[in-house]
Design a protein around this ligand. Structure first.
Ligand SMILES: Nc1ncnc2c1ncn2[C@@H]1O[C@H](COP(=O)(O)OP(=O)(O)OP(=O)(O)O)[C@@H](O)[C@H]1O
Ligand SMILES: [Mg+2]
Length: 153
């Protein structure tokens, strides 16, 4: 079977925070061990907000801080382990290696803010979510990735 890593692409209008939360729940429902979700977009686009929605939908009840300074936070959810990365502050490729993305994907799923900083280390089968600000409470989410996601998001 040929595996086209960008087999589907769709832009979804998120008219308010509730719509972002609902998108998070749909992503959570499709998330399996080995899945990477790249959260792209400018400062304040809503990457952490969407990551939080995904984690909440997976059953995380503890606080979900932005991993701005820790770079990675790990969550045990009833269904799978999820690591939440924010790569904005990574210094270099070696530091990226130390963050254990390969292990994260062996053991669970990864949500990655500022994936551009990972410089080619993301798996080909990544779901890309590119958020852009369209108004005070609205966002556009451009989704692209492997075909499996078309059924979920
Ligand atoms: N529809 C929406 N979806 C997501 N966030 C929204 C929406 N409407 C308003 N917001 C607000 O936009 C802000 C998004 O902040 P958030 O920390 O999620 O951004 P970020 O992309 O993670 O930024 P950073 O690059 O600093 O990590 C929050 O204050 C959130 O309440
Ligand atoms: Mg953030």
């Amino acid at each position: 079977m040929s595996e086209d890593s960008q087999a589907f692409e769709r832009t979804t209008r998120l008219l308010d925070g509730a719509a972002t939360e609902a998108l998070g729940a749909r992503i959570a429902a499709g998330l399996d061990v080995g899945d990477a979700v790249a959260l792209e977009g400018d400062l304040g686009a809503g990457k952490t907000t969407l990551a939080r929605a995904i984690l909440r939908a997976l059953g995380v009840t503890e606080e979900v801080p932005s991993p701005t300074f820790t770079l990675v936070q790990e969550y045990e959810t009833p269904r799978l382990t999820v690591r939440h990365y924010d790569l904005y502050r990574i210094a270099n490729a070696r530091e990226m290696g130390e963050l254990g993305l390969d292990d994260a994907l062996d053991e669970g799923a990864a949500l990655i803010e500022w994936p551009e900083r990972a410089a080619g280390r993301l798996p080909a089968q990544t779901l890309h979510v590119a958020l852009s600000i369209t108004g005070p409470v609205s966002r556009d989410a451009k989704l692209s990735g492997p075909a499996k996601w078309a059924a979920h998001v």
